[in-house]
Design a protein around this ligand. Structure first.
Ligand code: ADP
Ligand code: ZN
Length: 604
């Protein structure tokens, strides 16, 4: 029998979260779970997965048990839920005994809507018998790809979650992840016994992120210019490959007047924690980091992710850049790269001593990464295609779409390079080959008698920079490969044959000269435009920071940037008008409405 007095998902969405509409798939998932059925939710970062299990947990009897591998994220989620007036707690190794007791009692007494637990905790006998006493509304398994041996982040303890599922077969189970290719998906469904019709997939596109790649040429200066021109005062992450470079870059940005902190595995855990806390709890902090940083960082208003070095594959790149703009407002993924980066990466991969199969996969992935850097077409299309999703291109929010790259027919140039490589015995690097093509009389040329080759001096139509670009693009197109065991000697690949025979044309992109480009306004701006709006926005940010500091929580759990921007845009004049803003639920209205309204009225 349907209880007509019970609150509906839509009502709870508004009263608790302050949102008017569900995002794609959210409502279907919620209804299915309310119906007691299982599902697997695949959504990109920031897509709104949490709501898919939080909301049904609020509507069903008992406590929703959320399994999450990331301790730091639990704290954040619970903080945010408490701000909404939801009775949420977590259990993990960071809690003291008495605290833990208190949470366990609340669970058994039915006083919790949601409980976050680490997988290893869930699997203990004591916790399982505790669950026997409690009423379970649902199981939610976050980062569900960890259960798959196919996935990139397999965790053995996740395998046992299947047993827990078996113990309470009638309790609905929702698995959620942002990364799962076909085999990984199938494995999750199978292990957790979720029927195939319980799979919900939304596109993986992150339309608010603008992707750009620039050729490396004094990267620190390029970074500085990028931040100064586009992200003054914004929070961001700068990724570098080595600890040393992290330290140098952080010091450089600090000297230039930015609030920048380093983060890498060589720092003491105390320093790492302190720097991470500053990033989360304050506004406008830049973290310069190795890949060690980012897991479990849920800060929604990271406005840019910059890469000073090329990541080792597109999976890593997409995951790292995905930390920008979780709030859906405009954000940048910006990267500098060079041929040397790729050679370096190849060396690292090849010296890791992995098995042949694995090595081959890694090289293949690096090639795709490099191809992405060099592409003259829409970057979003390249990315999504790589992840198995169709995209028509022309996204209007990547550097190539905003300023189409000019291309030229380089078939003859490609043939010249190839023939030059062949005739010099496939033993030389780019610098020497360019000298041969340009007919430079260097010592090395004399020594090897390369001035006698028919290719000597045949390349006067291009300059040195252009030849280097040609070679880079030939490597990216897999027509040449760099031999990293020697000194970066270039070799021909099998794919060269049709080009040499004139059966295949080759097009190159012209290296673009950087120009400032205007973003097309399909994406919501992250900052107000007029001076008056800016002043109000700053005042609201300050108030938010004060309120957050007083409670020891990150500012964005008070209100996120979207809600602040809505305040600036709509300038509500009463609490009633204030309550209509997106992101203002009943509890936040009561707690913060008056304070924010006062600031808004002062600025009217
Ligand atoms: P994910 O877990 O998929 O990375 P989250 O669940 O953290 O994403 O959601 C990302 C952001 O989107 C959060 O700030 C969340 O409050 C917001 N959000 C989720 N669902 C909605 C909705 N229906 N309307 C507006 N904002 C939403
Ligand atoms: Zn594009």
């Amino acid at each position: 029998m349907i209880d007509v007095t019970a609150p509906r998902p839509q009502q709870v969405l508004k009263s608790v979260y302050g949102y008017d509409t569900f995002r794609p798939s959210q409502e279907d998932v919620v209804l299915r779970v309310l119906d007691g059925r299982h599902c697997l939710v695949l959504m990109p970062t920031g897509g709104g997965k949490s709501l898919c299990y939080q909301l049904p947990a609020l509507l069903r009897d008992g406590t929703g048990i959320v399994v999450s591998p990331l301790i730091s994220l639990m704290q954040d989620q619970v903080d945010a839920l408490k701000q909404l007036g939801v009775r949420a707690e977590f259990l993990n190794s960071s809690l003291r005994r008495p605290e833990q007791r208190r949470v366990e009692q609340a669970l058994c007494a039915g006083r919790l809507d949601l409980l976050y637990v680490a997988p290893e905790r869930l699997l203990t006998d004591s916790f399982l018998s505790l669950l026997d006493e409690a009423r379970i509304a649902l199981f939610a398994i976050d980062e569900a790809h960890c259960i798959s041996q196919w996935g990139h982040d397999f965790r053995p303890e996740y395998l046992q979650l299947a047993e827990v599922r078996g113990r309470w077969p009638e309790v609905p189970c929702i698995a959620a992840t942002a990364t799962a290719d076909e085999p990984t998906r199938r494995e999750i469904l199978k292990r957790l016994r979720i029927p195939a019709d319980g799979l919900f997939v939304t596109g993986f596109d992150r339309p608010n992120i603008r992707y750009s790649v620039v050729l490396k040429n004094n990267p620190k200066k390029q970074l500085l210019q990028f931040i100064r021109e586009q992200h003054l005062g914004d929070a961001g992450i700068v990724y570098c490959m080595s600890r040393r470079k992290v330290e140098e870059t952080a010091a450089f940005l600090t000297d230039e007047g930015f609030d920048a902190v380093p983060y890498h595995a060589g720092l003491s855990s105390h320093d790492r924690q302190a720097n991470q806390d500053r990033f989360l709890l304050e506004e406008g902090v830049i973290v310069v980091a190795t890949v060690a940083f980012g897991m479990g960082i849920d800060k929604p208003n990271v406005r840019f992710v910059a890469h000073l070095d090329v990541p080792k594959n597109l999976e890593a790149y997409y995951q790292e850049t995905g930390r920008a703009g979780r709030d859906g407002l405009e954000a940048d993924a910006w990267m500098t790269y060079s041929m040397a980066d790729v050679v370096m990466m190849r060396k690292i991969i090849e010296s890791a001593g992995a098995g042949e199969q694995h090595l081959w996969a890694q090289q293949h992935k690096l090639n795709a990464m490099f191809g992405y850097c060099e592409t003259a077409t829409c970057r979003r299309q390249v990315l999504l295609t790589y992840f198995g999703e169709d995209h028509a291109g022309g996204c209007g929010n990547c550097d190539n779409c905003l300023r189409p790259v000019e291309t030229w027919d380089g078939t003859v140039a490609a043939q010249k390079v190839m023939s030059c490589i062949y005739r010099t015995g496939q033993r030389f690097g780019a610098a020497h080959l360019v000298d041969v093509l340009l007919g430079n009389e260097t010592d090395k040329i004399q020594r090897f008698r390369h001035d006698r080759l028919p290719t000597f001096g045949v390349g006067a139509e291009l300059d040195k920079r252009e030849w280097r670009s040609v070679i880079r693009q030939l490597v990216a197109a897999n027509l040449l490969r760099v031999d990293v065991t020697g000194y970066g000697a270039l070799r021909l690949t099998n794919a060269c044959k049709p080009v040499l025979k004139g059966e295949r044309e080759v097009f190159f992109r012209k290296d673009p000269t950087p120009v400032k480009k205007k973003r097309k306004r399909a994406v919501d701006a992250a900052h107000p435009e007029t001076p008056a709006d800016k002043v109000l926005f700053e005042a609201l940010r300050l108030l938010r920071l004060d309120l957050a500091h007083a409670q020891g929580v990150p500012p964005y759990v008070v209100f996120n940037d979207n809600t602040l921007l809505a305040m600036v845009q709509h300038r509500p004049q009463s609490l009633q008008e204030f309550s209509r803003l997106s992101g203002v639920g009943e509890v936040k209205l009561e707690r913060y409405g008056a304070a924010f309204l006062e600031v808004i009225l002062e600025h009217s």
